[in-house]
Design a protein around this ligand. Structure first.
Ligand SMILES: N[C@@H](CCC(=O)NCCCC(=O)O)C(=O)O
Length: 252
């Protein structure tokens, strides 16, 4: 069977004054080396993308992290300056892909911003600057130019017993993860169940209730240490297995 392909929504970024549709290497590399799937980077157009036309040609959907934030208007709030930076093209591409992948039973792994997009796509809401809330940790990365340091594994997360994530990891209870976010789920979407939380109560993982296949979002970054960190590797390997199963089912 040919190597399966997953869609990866790009970010729309300006690099040296030029607009690029780009995905970070760490996500597509983990997809290739650990999930053993290829990535099809989807341009982040605000108008004109056809989610079904894209999903007809792939076997999974991998929604990556990004320093940009989902626009608050998508979950019923007025945007204020500190809610940015925004990427409306990414929002307009990811949310329809997420909804249709779930409806069509196509495997979905959503990471960090991707978990936030999953929650908004299904009708939930987000909160910003969570570190300013009383009793909430600072989940942002340390100020450092060193990416390994920024993505260092440094935070506890409690995986709920009997959850999908626990099944994929082969364990429940405390795991250690990295953390690079200042937003988090406020209201969990109706179709999602909480799979893991940080000791400060921050939601760290969700899954789609009744999903026909792998359909999870995590607030941490399993892609970054996917080759060396056990829970990270387990998650990407399980996603890859679900993608291969879906591809095989399409082949009939
Ligand atoms: N912007 C959102 C989501 C955070 C996120 O996806 N972080 C990824 C790390 C950014 C990078 O690659 O440098 C939030 O802040 O909650």
């Amino acid at each position: 069977m040919p190597k399966p392909v997953v869609a990866v929504p790009a970010d729309l970024k300006t690099i040296d004054g030029v607009a690029w549709h780009a995905a970070q290497n760490q996500y597509v590399k983990a997809a290739l080396t650990v999930a053993e799937v290829m990535s099809f980077i989807v341009p982040a157009f605000e108008h004109g993308n056809d989610a079904d036309a894209i999903l007809d040609h792939v076997d999974g959907l991998l929604v990556s992290g990004s320093a940009s934030n989902v626009h608050p208007s998508l979950y019923g709030r007025q945007a204020v300056e500190k809610d940015g930076p925004f990427d409306p093209g990414r929002d307009a591409t990811s949310l329809p892909l997420i909804r249709r992948a779930i409806e069509r039973g196509i495997p979905l792994l959503a990471i960090c911003r991707g978990l936030q997009e999953l929650n908004v796509a299904l009708g939930g809401s987000l909160q910003g600057e969570i570190q300013e809330n009383e009793g909430t940790w600072d989940h942002r990365s340390p100020e450092t130019p060193d990416r390994d340091e920024a993505f260092a594994i440094r935070q506890s997360v409690i995986v709920r017993e009997g959850s999908c994530i626990a099944n994929y990891l082969g364990l429940s209870g405390e795991i250690r993860v990295n953390s690079l976010h200042r937003q988090a789920i406020a209201e969990t979407a109706p179709g999602l169940q909480v799979e893991a939380t940080a000791p400060d109560g921050t939601i760290e993982a969700v899954s789609v209730i009744g999903a026909r296949t792998f359909a999870c979002g995590v607030q941490w970054h399993p892609e970054y240490w996917a080759e060396t960190d056990h829970p990270s590797r387990q998650l990407f390997a399980a996603f890859g297995d679900a993608v291969r199963a879906y591809a095989a089912s399409k082949a009939g």
